[in-house]
Design a protein around this ligand. Structure first.
Ligand SMILES: Nc1ncnc2c1ncn2[C@@H]1O[C@H](COP(=O)(O)OP(=O)(O)OP(=O)(O)O)[C@@H](O)[C@H]1O
Ligand SMILES: O=P(O)(O)OC[C@H]1O[C@H](OP(=O)(O)OP(=O)(O)O)[C@H](O)[C@@H]1O
Length: 334
């Protein structure tokens, strides 16, 4: 069914920012926007939302398409998975190869601008892995050469098996490598890829694994990793408003840092200060203030959230007292 359209005129002068429209990255991406005070109201069924307090329009797109829109410079900024950027880049390389093979190659024609990674957003971490039936005979990637592989990541899978086939055949000459046909059959699937082996469509799959629950439930095991991924902020190489891109990047960086760190405050005898600050060196340095009690100081330092429990244990051991751990709402540094 056709989407309702927003008058294109209302986008004029606005920076376009692509956000995943559904799936695993959507909620965390919305949290980041909220933390960066990007205020908008998304009307039902509309894939474009105007930001109220900044000259920005949000464009809700499938995560897999965001690298294309940003890479071609149609959208200035985007949140997507690193895996999706890698797949898009592998697709661009495949297209270039096909054009060279058919003598259509013109290095200046239709060359995309490409996209740049601005920062890792610290969520959506998972691995794109080669998976096979847990009880089957395949042990490593090369055992699948010449077999059927189900995946949504067809270009990365193609490059992965090309590398294995070239290694097996001892081909190092790039000209010979370019002309040859892949022996492994890559079958494009758009979802529920893990069902492909059980249903006899594929001998192995290349799909994302986070907890491993889906893989285990499908009776599969991982035998190799193609890409380690997490969500990233990407920007076009030719953004319409570079200073606004920088402002947004800086706000988002602040939100990410705030999520990754907590503020740890404690009192410690001055004689133990060096030991204590070795435990909590801070991001740049710990803040040390004198206490109104002879021989004591108060320390405050940012600590990675995931390390805070052992850090508190160590602080107690070096003689720190009154240890407090506070959430950081937001941060900004140059
Ligand atoms: N299990 C997972 N854990 C963490 N991140 C994931 C996981 N699965 C996917 N991702 C990340 O989210 C991105 C989008 O995947 P997701 O499955 O949500 O896609 P989608 O847009 O809903 O498309 P589809 O219709 O193919 O499911 C992936 O490219 C990856 O970066
Ligand atoms: O290792 P796990 O924690 O089990 O996560 C892995 C699953 O998550 C993703 O699918 P998702 O659930 O997003 O649905 P999809 O298959 O429709 O893409 C991915 O494609 C795997 O199937």
């Amino acid at each position: 069914m056709a989407q309702e359209l927003m008058p294109l005129g209302s986008l004029e002068g606005r920076l376009l920012f692509a956000v995943p429209k559904k799936g695993r990255l959507l909620q965390a991406a919305l949290n980041i926007l909220e933390g960066a005070d990007i205020q908008f109201k998304r009307e039902n069924r509309l894939d474009i939302a105007l930001v109220k307090n900044l000259p920005i329009a949000l464009v809700f797109l499938p995560a897999a398409d965001i690298p294309t829109f940003v890479g071609e410079g149609r959208v200035d900024l985007g949140i997507t998975g690193y895996d999706q950027v890698q797949e898009h880049d592998a697709g661009t390389r495949a297209l270039a190869r096909a054009r060279r093979m058919s003598n259509e190659w013109d290095p200046n024609r239709g060359k995309p601008h490409g996209c740049e990674t601005v920062l890792d957003l610290g969520f959506g971490a998972c691995r794109l892995q080669v998976q096979v039936p847990a009880k089957g005979e395949y042990v490593e990637g090369k055992d699948l050469i010449g077999k059927n592989i189900g995946t949504s990541f067809v270009h990365l899978a193609h490059e992965y098996f090309t590398r294995l086939e070239l290694e097996q055949e001892g081909i190092t000459d790039p000209v010979r490598a370019e002309g040859r046909k892949l022996r492994t059959k890559i079958i494009e699937l758009s979802g529920s890829v893990e069902a492909a082996c059980a249903l006899g469509v594929a001998d192995g799959i290349v799909d994302l694994v986070e907890s491993g629950e889906t893989m285990k439930a499908a009776g599969l095991k991982a035998i190799d990793t193609v890409v380690e991924t997490s969500a990233i902020l990407i920007k076009s190489k030719a953004p319409s408003n570079p200073s606004l891109v920088e402002l947004i990047a800086s706000r988002i960086r602040g939100v990410i840092t705030a999520q990754r760190f907590v503020l740890c405050q404690y009192n410690v005898p001055r004689a133990k200060l060096a030991d204590a600050t070795r435990v909590t060196p801070g991001k740049r340095a710990a803040t040390v203030t004198a206490l109104d009690e002879e021989g004591w100081v108060a320390v405050s330092a940012m600590v990675e959230t995931k390390r805070i429990a052992p850090v508190m244990d160590e602080l107690v051991q070096v003689g720190a007292t009154d240890i407090l751990v506070l959430d950081i709402h937001n941060t900004r540094s140059s």
